[in-house]
Design a binder for this molecule. Structure first.
Ligand code: HEC
Ligand code: HEC
Ligand code: HEC
Ligand code: HEC
Ligand code: HEC
Length: 278
């Protein structure tokens, strides 16, 4: 339509015709702008309405579980909600249904819980947790599945919890990366002189995690001194060497972590020395 109007103007040489066309154009313009305003108004209202209502419904789990009344009537239940609220997963908009299943569109408890929230079928059942977390943390889960921990978990299922799964080392909802002071505790519950199951593991694991935080620390230091920017090749090498390490934790190749982390540590220290000698 606009194209047609333009050609009409272009082709007319007669002034009055042009005036008329201009007048017509104005009228058309006004009606078009009215229409556009109306369309925008309609969409804004419509979109507002749908987001408002989809927020209400999409978070039926959160809406109900966040009820402060549970603080008194069901403290334990409320704590799970708080755990989620403070977690990196909440920050990343990973919500209850992503790990528990169920129907987030229903405000009715039974309907929202459905079959998936039942003890036997729940995706957060110990033996199934690595699948559930693995939907998003694919590489970690794949590597975990290569470990002896996973093999025993699946081969001897029924007598479950003989070996750790994701939540043993990372906690369940408010997950974190184990710190040096946690790691020894996590491993010691099974690896100790009484069980005679690789009793050397906790000390080694604690030591290796400490070395990783050391590496993190010195990497940040060299970044702050501009070294990584000035030498992109060095930065790339460090990154590549480092990125494989967290996966190696999942396959349980502690000797490889030992070897690789030592290599990175040496490279970083060498750089620091050069920097200080300058
Ligand atoms: C209308 C309120 C309400 C809604 C909606 C709701 N829950 Fe619950 N949920 C509860 C209450 C209350 C409990 C405590 C146990 C019970 O009463 O069944 C509970 C228990 C649970 C449990 C523990 C399982 C158990 O058997 O104790 C999980 C997991 C859970 N809810 C997840 C969810 C998820 C995921 C959603 C959304 C898909 C959801 N809930 C929606 C009220 C609700
Ligand atoms: C990142 C995954 C994840 C998210 C997100 C998550 N949960 Fe969980 N939740 C778990 C895991 C795993 C367990 C099993 C506990 C265990 O074995 O340590 C669990 C356990 C629970 C339990 C205890 C009962 C049971 O089934 O064992 C409740 C209640 C619960 N979660 C509620 C919620 C609610 C409500 C939300 C959302 C506000 C939520 N969770 C979000 C992973 C998650
Ligand atoms: C729906 C996707 C999703 C699911 C399911 C999920 N996560 Fe996450 N998780 C994320 C995202 C996104 C992040 C933040 C980005 C990142 O660090 O990868 C994250 C971060 C993490 C972190 C890093 C925390 C930190 O401090 O850096 C850990 C550990 C973790 N998740 C463990 C788990 C565990 C254990 C489960 C299963 C109980 C799980 N996740 C289930 C998406 C998910
Ligand atoms: C035996 C303990 C253990 C188990 C079991 C375990 N992890 Fe980890 N995970 C670690 C350690 C230790 C690190 C930290 C390594 C580092 O600092 O580089 C880590 C790092 C991570 C990270 C953050 C770094 C990254 O790779 O993005 C995520 C996410 C993660 N693990 C997810 C999982 C999931 C999912 C599972 C289950 C399939 C799992 N982990 C099982 C010990 C474990
Ligand atoms: C719930 C118990 C449990 C926890 C917690 C646990 N492990 Fe294990 N781990 C086992 C069992 C069982 C085996 C198998 C022992 C065997 O038959 O050799 C094993 C084996 C190992 C092995 C030998 C793997 C191989 O391929 O031979 C390493 C290494 C190991 N664990 C490291 C760790 C670390 C590191 C932690 C803590 C971050 C940890 N484990 C926490 C139960 C556990």
């Amino acid at each position: 339509m606009l194209e047609k109007l333009k050609t009409q103007i272009r082709h007319s040489k007669d002034l009055s015709y042009q005036m008329r066309t201009a007048h017509e154009l104005m009228r058309k313009f006004l009606s078009i702008s009215f229409l556009i305003t109306f369309i925008i108004f309609f969409f804004v209202t419509f979109i507002n309405a749908t987001t408002a209502s989809s927020e209400d419904i999409a978070n039926s789990c959160i809406q109900c579980h966040s009820n402060p009344a549970f603080r008194i009537t069901n403290k334990k239940l409320y704590k799970y909600y708080r755990d989620w609220e403070l977690s990196i997963h909440a920050l990343e908009k990973v919500t209850c249904v992503d790990c528990h299943g169920g129907n987030e569109n229903s405000n009715d408890k039974e309907e929202a819980h459905g079959k998936e929230i039942q003890q036997l079928l729940t995706p957060v059942k110990y033996e199934r947790i690595s699948e559930t977390c693995g939907k998003c943390h694919e590489e970690n889960a794949q590597n975990y599945k290569k470990s002896k921990h996973y093999r025993i978990l699946t081969e001897k299922s029924g007598s479950s919890r003989l070996t750790p799964t994701c939540v043993t080392c990372h906690s369940s909802i408010n997950t974190s990366i184990p710190k040096p002071e946690d790691i020894a505790d996590i491993c010691t519950s099974c690896h100790n002189p009484v069980t005679e199951n690789h009793p050397e593991v906790p000390e080694l694991a604690g030591y290796l995690i400490e070395r990783l935080s050391f590496i993190n620390y010195y990497t940040r230091y060299l970044i702050s001194r501009g070294v990584m920017k000035e030498d992109p090749q060095f930065s790339k090498t460090i990154n590549e060497e480092f990125s494989g390490l967290s996966q190696t934790w999942h396959t349980l190749e502690l000797d490889r972590i030992e070897e690789k982390s030592l290599k990175i540590r040496t490279m970083l220290l060498q750089r620091r020395k050069e920097l200080e000698e300058k």
